[in-house]
Design a protein around this ligand. Structure first.
Ligand SMILES: [Fe+2]
Ligand SMILES: [Fe+2]
Length: 539
């Protein structure tokens, strides 16, 4: 039996955790992690401990979807209390950092009046000294930037808080990541591995390249007590090999939301990877099992959790040749470097791309295209759309860019020319600022202001403006968060009356009336394009 070749089962869910909370992009950089710990996690846990029944009722109320409520039926108060107390004790330095960021803001508010900032350095809270540069903008408003690489090298970055939770999954239902910590449960195996641990690559290689049990145990260092459970996550069923695209055009496959695999005979590109596991389901979909062995470029559009998901990226790390991310802006609290974060997590092949910069490879050119708005008017530069040119085929992946100012893409069009197919997100009723960025705010915001500053993608007029600006032949609406396997990161459910659906229906209708191909993508889709751009739908 020891010679049997074993593979990791395709239905094994692996959640990366930080302090037992689902790891997303603001839980990695120390400053954003500190703010989320104090102003999201501790607050939610306190609230649950005080009124668990309120949480139990709220998670059943569709109007409260995505709200700050723990999805444990009100029955796990003792465990949440223990997690809260342990977090407070173990993360005292992050709690101090979070408070120091507020003190620094207060210092700048009261003492930075347009005169030199030099005397203020001595008054920066001690935990932040040497990690911030104080600056004015041109209107003499004082702010600060963080020296993130140093923060990662300081005791404030504690990778030992990271772990993986492995379990068997059989459906799309998972608690919302921003509001429910992952408590130990029957059937879940916790591995105390940091995200940069090379064993993660060995673990996920087992999906395609089997090994014998003794070899697996020694490579992964599975503790004796965990071996029986871990063995149950393996199978002797050999997965089917991947059938590469070998034509002389382009094939793209929609994996759900903003995740699209684009292939030619020579190159494979994967956009905003967020994937479903493989299990019995009514909604047909591509999954982890439908990816090539090597992905030449993974391209990330922006730092929202439905576009950069560590759960997926860690599983693919061993097969990614390059990962292209938007160049960091000003290293302010709200805009951490994606490159710096991924490098911290063990990705050693990250390329930053800027607006109108290009990357050329064999038969492919990637051009960074400005991505507007969708970040509640915060100064966040780490966002980028991508134009991909493959021979004579030109595809523009605009993700959630909100075409607020139509002249932007008219200018861009003058530079880059026409596009064959546009992929545009139309989540035009986005959440208010505080839903995602609330913990980072150093001063409270009036409700009216919060409601007015949303995380909204393009509406009908804005998306149509892009269709027209680039003279596209095909318009695809995507990134709508409607696939049920994304509920745990998105918490979005539309009805026929929801504005994103009404507006995108109108876009499809108008495009079709003009003789264009137009679709709102959902679930799974495959399109083959011949070398002179003739798109043929499959599936
Ligand atoms: Fe977004
Ligand atoms: Fe999105």
């Amino acid at each position: 039996m020891n010679n049997e070749i074993l593979y990791l089962r395709p239905d094994i869910q692996v959640e990366p955790l930080v302090d037992q909370w689902y790891a997303w992009a603001h839980l990695i950089p120390p400053a954003t992690a500190a703010r989320n710990l104090t102003h999201r996690h501790l607050r939610i846990m306190d609230s649950y401990i005080n009124a668990p029944h309120v949480h139990a009722a709220a998670v059943k109320n569709p109007k409260m979807l995505g709200g700050p409520f723990i999805d444990y039926d009100g029955g796990r108060v003792a465990e949440i209390r223990a997690l809260r107390d342990q977090t407070k004790q173990r993360r005292a330095d992050l709690i101090a950092l979070s408070e120091a960021l507020e003190q620094l803001d207060e210092l700048l508010r009261t003492r930075a009046q347009g005169y030199s900032l030099h005397p203020l350095y001595e008054q920066v809270p001690p935990i932040l000294r040497g990690y911030v540069e104080l600056t004015y903008d041109l209107r003499h408003n004082a702010s600060f930037r963080l020296i993130e690489p140093l923060l990662y090298r300081s005791p404030l970055y504690d990778a030992s808080a990271q772990s993986l939770a492995l379990s068997v999954t059989s459906g799309d239902d998972r608690p919302f990541i921003l509001s429910t910590p992952r408590l130990p449960s029957e059937g879940t195996l916790h591995l105390p591995w940091t995200f940069a641990d090379g064993r993660i690559d060995e673990l996920f290689r087992l999906k395609q390249c089997g090994q014998t049990w003794p070899r697996i145990v020694s490579t992964l260092g599975i503790a004796d007590a965990d071996q029986e459970r871990f063995r149950s996550f393996l199978t002797t069923d050999r997965p089917a090999p991947y059938a590469r695209y070998t034509g002389n055009g382009v094939r793209w496959r929609y994996f759900g939301h903003a995740c699209i695999l684009v292939e030619t005979a020579h190159v494979r590109l994967l956009f905003d990877p967020v994937l479903s596991y493989t299990y019995e389901t009514d909604i047909s979909r591509y999954t982890y099992a439908d990816l090539p062995d090597v992905i030449d470029y993974v391209l990330i559009t922006h730092n929202h959790q439905d576009h950069i998901l560590f759960e997926t990226l860690l599983q693919l790390r061993h097969k990614i040749r390059h990962i292209v991310v938007p160049r960091n802006g000003a290293a302010q609290l709200q805009d951490p470097s994606v490159k710096g974060m991924l490098e911290q997590l063990g990705f050693d092949n990250v390329i930053e791309l800027s607006e109108l910069e290009t990357i050329d490879c064999e038969d492919c050119r990637i051009t960074g295209i400005p991505f507007f708005g969708e970040h509640s008017d915060l100064a966040i530069g780490t966002k980028l759309a991508h134009l991909v040119t493959l021979g004579r085929v030109r595809l523009l992946f605009a993700a959630d860019s909100c075409n607020i100012e139509p002249r932007l893409y008219e200018h861009v069009h003058r530079d880059v020319g026409d596009v064959d197919a546009l992929f545009v997100g139309m989540e035009c009723d986005g959440a208010p600022l505080s839903w995602l960025y609330g913990p980072l705010l150093l001063r409270s915001i009036e409700r009216g202001m919060d409601q007015s500053r949303r995380l909204s993608g393009s509406n009908y007029d804005q998306a149509m403006g892009m269709v027209e600006a680039f003279n596209v032949k095909d318009a695809y609406v995507y990134a709508m968060g409607q696939e049920p396997w994304l509920n745990y990161v998105m918490s979005l459910k539309y009805t026929a009356e929801s504005r994103p659906i009404v507006d995108s229906n109108r876009l499809l209708q108008e495009c079709r009336a003009r003789g264009l191909t137009a679709e709102r993508l959902f679930g799974e889709r495959e399109i083959l394009i011949d070398s002179v751009y003739e798109a043929v739908a499959h599936g």
